[in-house]
Design a protein around this ligand. Sequence first.
Ligand code: AHR
Length: 502
Amino acid sequence: MSMKAQLYLDTSYRLAKVDKRMFGAFIEHLGRGIYTGIYEPDHPLADQHGFRRDVAELVRELDVPVIRYPGGNFVSAYNWEDGVGPVEKRPTKLDLAWRVIETNQVGTNEFASWARRVGSEVMMAVNLGTRGIDAAMNLVEYANHRGGSYWSDLRREHGYAEPHGIKMWCLGNEMDGPWQIGHKTAEEYGRLAAEAARAMRKVDPAIELVVCGSSHRDMPTFPEWEVTVLDHTYDLVDYISMHQYVGNRENDLGYFLAQTEGVDQYIRSVKATCDYIKAKKRTAKVMNISFDEWSVWYHSNETDRYVEPWSFAPPLLEDVYNLADALVVGLYLITLLKHADRVKIACMAQLVNVIAPIMTRKGGGVWRQTTFYPFHHVSRYGRGTVLQTILDSPTYDSREYTDVKLVNAAVVLSEDETELTVFAVNRDQESDITLECCFSSAGGMEVIEHIVLENGDVMATNTEEHPDKVVPHSQGRSVMKSDRLVAEMPALSWHVIRMKRR
Ligand code: AHR
């Protein structure tokens, strides 16, 4: 007899409206993310600005409302002034974070204009590693002030009459990490972030600010870092950041697929830490979360060690993703949706070539990695309201995690409330599982599409030569039976079940 999981739902039991910025991404000056990724002036498909049209098309397809830029570790030693003004006068510098050459051909103006063309807002990070308040407030003035001041007039002189209107700003990047250039203690960073926030907001009171939380959940300073930093900044910022990458370094699939349980626990701990400071400060303000770096990262760890230092745009962090990685991306998105009450911004890291759903070849083609698909599905059908559901599923134990549900799922009611979409993963490595969605009132619902991502080989990948090895199909088996939907979930598969009122 096949195993069964049950999902109980009622459209009036709602968790939170999804902030569309949950489907954000990240592009860093790193490897081939920018150069020969989104920007390649010599490419036959480059537009008049030097950006690849074929890449822009796939970015538009993913529909990412926000893109974090320019780093990442890169930002902690970056002088933003190097990246503006006449291109031929821009300095070539050593990027100390990734030990490569940075030519500064792309900077704030080019990136902000490209982001607008692909339908995204920029989420700008400032350098609080080697620099500080002055550089940060000047950049806000340069980017957002209309004109009539030194920095805003300089932007106009550089050919950008209209301000970029950048709303979201990150106060540095991973400042708790000893690998960060200008790494700080929580006390040092908390004070600096508070003063930078005050000054930046004086320049533009409309901006939103993200303060750095921990770099990942195993940092020895977590969660004390959050406590100290929020003690200094709670009233001054809008979000605290979270970062977490997962990987299958141990070659243990069960454990890999369970790692989003750790992400779930991590979000709960950060929420609790924020609420502790809220109570301490006796304030009504709720601190929201910007999960601005998340994804799968491990395939390239070994080969990256052998990349020649001080080269220009070398292939770095070029993970080639398989079906298992796509399932983890799906599980990650389900986890984020289930915390939509507090996670308002999230950025899949990264977008092109660097641990990315979109890959390019210099002078060649562009293709979708396996991880492209779950992101695309949730970005497309996950906008609306996340429902409070009850999920009963058979479980398994893995190293570190016990009682892991074999099926994980989240349900979103569309903005116009006419469609319900179930996103689900079957983690079982051998067995199909029947998922029953039990509605308190299913009358009048019909299945309009059941998309499945599956493959006999969980290690299958997409490449330029074989870009369609792992692609979704719409032949999922599901039927509506009076008050329930019955869906078949093959072993190791991702599902998007779309239902509509009849
Ligand atoms: O995304 C790659 C790197 O991971 C980023 O530069 C850094 O912020 C994180 O450690």
